[in-house]
Design a protein around this ligand. Structure first.
Ligand code: ADE
Length: 224
């Protein structure tokens, strides 16, 4: 898989890919992530990538020219499955969407900034708009990092114990069951006997029941 992230703040996105599962996935060659500085595609002397909004109003708008130059240059080199724009008014990211994205080959993620991009970018270049939740971030970079994290960990081989990704919360539409580790007792607080029983089938049933109970209690909307 290849992910090209177009951003005005490439440095902000360096760290998320330099640790843990994402770094390992990159090192193993499972995914290639490229941080592309949008300013490199600006033809202005000052390398500007934004301008005042037509019709007035506060806030700057990302201009179409550098974005078109950048996306066209990338598309000239390979085909892309999706050109994603991070925006609070996009479709809200969920596990199903991440699962689907993890099966694709080439993605572009354009990070929104300021008041957003010129609408013509969305109309003519973007194939999918994704929000990571109903709140407004200062820019799309952290949203892009969240999308990449949720997608990359699903690529086979990214997580050493592959069943681990499948037992995550949401993966089967339920929240994950509670987990415990040693010591078996702390301050008189005991680990449920079932988990110490060594009976795998019963443990799996118990975990499923716990998942159902947690989901009913905390996220009943998931069961509707
Ligand atoms: N940019 C600003 N807020 C955002 C959000 N909630 N999701 C995705 N991109 C954003």
């Amino acid at each position: 898989m290849r992910i090209d992230i177009i951003t005005v703040l490439p440095q902000l996105l360096e760290s998320p890919f330099q640790h843990s599962i994402l770094q390992r996935a990159i090192d193993k060659g499972l995914v290639e992530v490229n941080l592309i500085n949008l300013r490199d595609y600006s033809t202005h002397k000052q390398k500007s990538v934004d301008d005042y909004a037509f019709g007035g109003g506060a806030g700057m708008v990302m201009t179409i020219e550098p974005i078109a130059n950048c996306i066209n240059a990338l598309k000239g080199q390979r085909n892309y499955d999706e050109v994603i724009y991070t925006s609070p008014d996009g479709e809200v990211l969920n596990q199903k969407m991440s699962n689907h994205l993890s099966t694709l080959t080439n993605l572009i993620i354009l990070c929104g900034h300021y008041k957003g991009v010129d609408q013509r970018v969305r109309d003519h270049f973007i194939t999918k708009e994704i929000s990571i939740g109903d709140y407004v971030l200062s820019g799309g970079e952290l949203a892009a990092a969240v999308i990449c994290d949720s997608v990359i960990r699903l690529i086979p081989g990214a997580i050493s114990d592959e069943t681990s990704a499948l037992t995550d919360s949401f993966q089967d539409g339920l929240l994950a069951p509670p987990v415990y580790t040693r010591p078996a007792e702390f301050n008189g607080w005991k680990v449920p006997d079932m988990l110490l029983s060594g009976h795998n089938a019963n443990i799996e049933n118990w975990r499923h029941e716990q998942s159902m109970e947690r989901t009913k209690l905390l996220r009943p909307d998931l069961l509707e």
